[in-house]
Design a protein around this ligand. Sequence first.
Ligand SMILES: Nc1ncnc2c1ncn2[C@@H]1O[C@H](COP(=O)(O)OP(=O)(O)O)[C@@H](O)[C@H]1O
Ligand SMILES: [Mg+2]
Length: 416
Amino acid sequence: MGTPVTRRIGLSLGADICWPKCFEDLVARWDPTLEIGDETVRFEVERVTIEPFDLRQPVAYDVVIDRLTHWHANTREWIKKAILLDDLYVFNNPWSVQSMEKQTTYCAMMRLGLPIPETWMVPPKEYDSVPDLEPTLQRYANLFDLEPIGDGIGYPLFMKPYDGGGWVGVSKVDSAGELRAAYETSGKFLMHLQQGVAPYEDFVRCVGVGPQLRVVSYDPDAPLHGRYTNRFDHLPDDDMARLRATTLTINTFFGWDFNSCECLGQGGTWYPIDFANPCPDSQITSLNRHFPWLVLAKLRWSMFCAATGRPFRKNLDWQPFLDIADTDADQADKLAAYGRLAEEHFETEAFERFCRDHLEPLEEVAFEYFASDDAKAAVRQKVTAMYPPHEVDEFTERFWASIQQWRNEESPVANR
Ligand SMILES: Nc1ncnc2c1ncn2[C@@H]1O[C@H](COP(=O)(O)OP(=O)(O)O)[C@@H](O)[C@H]1O
Ligand SMILES: [Mg+2]
């Protein structure tokens, strides 16, 4: 037995209900003791609370999974302090979450040669009134005609906020007339106009947690609970390899351990269209059978980071990617080379070894847990918060059935 140590994982949460409960329940049921090097490591999970803090006070956590940075300033600033002063490891890099909108991610991945559809930015239709507004616009804002821009991009195109999320302000535009109308009503949004990938053969969400990836076919026209379909990791090896390299490259480039990359497949090309989604939807009510996978992926990666003392990379390091981009290699080779940098960053081999050596009992624990009353209570609590009372039973059963599908079809325990 090595020196006993306790590693603490903090969950920084907002409205989340189901996944944190499952995460905590799994750790409590298993309560693992791992022999790592000369240490005997135990784990504690705790929810991070919001309160005043002394900038020099120590931090109680080794790893924090953060769902608040994108809107809650107090927690975001506590996290930044904890990284800088206390070497906290956090998913995701808060500076990068704060500053890397869609626009930056499009530009960066264009620079790496990825097939981002043609995209323009247009100045907003309306502005907040600030003292310098009038002289600035009068002197420098060129009048512009949307029609040639729209014709150049072609129809359909998508008008969407440069920093958007959750489909807010997104419209599909099929003609010059619609483009004018959409712009007229776009208010203060700073908009992109993006070439539509239409029709596409497949729409995938590539969910990455550290080096773990799940490629799920996504149906944007289905009701909310049916968008993550049952098809996943279904593509030929070459497509899977490209999507893996693409997603892990993006996540490494921006310091996002947990992110989702949306790609549209058309004629053999995967067009990334939306990949600034750090800390994406983790709820049973959207993820269906992918929910247990995601809870376990977060658990494995946070345990790996906490147990091995994985250092948090405080600075983004873009140069090695740009150096590859500037070579004469063809794009497929460049993508493979970016992918290798990303696998190195995420320590894929060491992580897989860690899972083999230490986390195998988790499979059994998860198989039993996801059949338990505790797990069903987590589903019911989430459904109760989202659905009208008369639909709670029906949807609880529906999502529960999707978890059972995961158990029966995917758990290595069921398939032994
Ligand atoms: N270039 C595009 N081609 C085809 N469909 C698109 C394109 N851009 C956006 N869409 C559609 O609009 C939806 C919302 O756009 P997206 O860029 O994902 O914004 P958000 O960040 O709000 O999710 C996408 O899920 C997709 O259905
Ligand atoms: Mg999207």
